[in-house]
Ligand binder design. Structure first.
Ligand code: DOR
Ligand code: ZN
Length: 347
């Protein structure tokens, strides 16, 4: 029996598109989203409004002509970010948000924040102007176990930061723990959380049991099963504070398959089919649209996309490439580990 699902066009509230040959190769895989928050962790990072505008133009040039995607740019918060530049870029419609990476937390985060006192004036200007802070919520302290870094960040950094900056709108990016879910629920309508596709599918066994699988390694690293279940409950709850941010993060296989491999799962090509299966398994297909197409827009105070997409459940699985080619390298596509019966129909 074929079943069809029609949704408002989804948005991706956390996406890495990179630059140059990688951007040229991956852009079309996210072109069917209506809007996407574009991460600024290029080398060097996107730190000024002028750089964000130039990067937005490179993304537009890399997208197919019929792409729905409207890139929503972000600035990379550093110890020396100028509050006036942030507010001006926001008011001019160049940026949608600012991204906070604690220094050293993840890929290309060396320029991240080292001293929170120094960025307090920026945070206050953002609270005043209504600019959202997207937070990579992991402490970087060497002595904190990597599986505890999110929970420790919430207690020692995020909660104090929010208390000293009333009115600041915060998105906890890619939460991976039940503590993340609980903290997101403790806030008012100035607090939300994105959840990735892959963290709804894998737990840490996928990375480590029966051999090491670098293509499942990302940051924050996938946690125990109880945490994956908490994320699935949150994503399928329909609550407005939870929405999709794929964190699709392409890396060349030559950079992932190394003694010290890069973090990131490239989920853009099969994200919607995977999510439909997750929501079906949870008996929550009627709440998929809230997660992918309504909640994020509402948080960012934007209207939902007007047009629709269709997913069709067929007897034979959807086909997607195991890897794509980018600038003479290959990039492996996320393997959810189950067949994808939900086919995303062409526009
Ligand atoms: O796994 C990840 N990859 N996590 C991040 O926070 C960054 C991203 C990347 O840029 O590769
Ligand atoms: Zn990311």
């Amino acid at each position: 029996m074929t079943q069809t699902l029609t949704l408002r066009r989804p948005d991706d509230w956390h996406l890495h598109l990179r630059d140059g040959a990688m951007l040229a190769a991956v852009a079309r895989h996210s072109a069917g989203f209506g809007r996407a928050i574009i991460m600024p962790n290029l080398v060097p990072p996107v730190v000024t409004g002028a750089q964000a505008a130039a990067y937005r133009d490179r993304i537009r040039a890399a997208l197919p002509e019929d792409a729905a995607l409207e890139p929503q740019m972000t600035l990379y918060l550093t110890d020396t970010t100028d509050p006036a530049d942030v507010v001006a870029a926001f008011r001019a419609g160049i940026i949608r948000a600012v991204k906070l990476y604690p220094a050293g937390a993840t890929t290309n985060s060396a320029s991240g924040v080292t001293d929170f006192a120094r960025v307090q004036p920026v945070l206050e200007a953002m609270a005043e102007a209504g600019v959202t802070l997207c937070v990579h919520g992991e402490v970087t302290a060497h002595e904190v176990d990597i599986f505890d870094r999110e929970a420790v960040f919430i207690d020692t950094i995020l909660d104090p930061l929010r208390r000293r900056t009333p009115g600041l709108r915060v998105v906890m990016e890619h939460i991976t723990t039940r503590e993340g879910v609980a903290y997101a629920r403790s806030g008012g309508d100035d607090l939300a959380a994105t959840i990735t596709t892959h963290h709804l599918v894998i737990n840490r066994n996928a990375i480590l049991a029966g051999g090491i699988r670098p293509h499942y390694y990302c940051l924050p690293v996938a946690k125990r099963e109880e945490h994956r279940l908490a994320l699935r409950e949150a994503a399928t709850s329909g609550e407005g504070r939870f929405f999709l941010g794929t964190d699709s993060a392409p890396h060349a296989d030559s950079a992932k398959l190394q003694p010290c491999g890069c973090a990131g799962c490239f989920t853009a090509p099969n994200t919607m089919s995977t999510l439909a299966q997750v929501f079906e398994d949870e008996g929550a297909l009627d709440r998929l649209e809230a997660f992918t197409s309504l909640n994020g827009a509402a948080f960012y105070r934007l209207p939902p996309n007007e047009d629709r997409i269709t997913l069709t459940r067929r007897d034979s699985p959807a086909e997607y490439p195991a890897r794509i080619e980018a600038g003479g390298e290959t990039v492996t596509v996320f393997d959810p580990g189950f067949p994808l019966y939900w086919h995303l129909e062409d526009k």
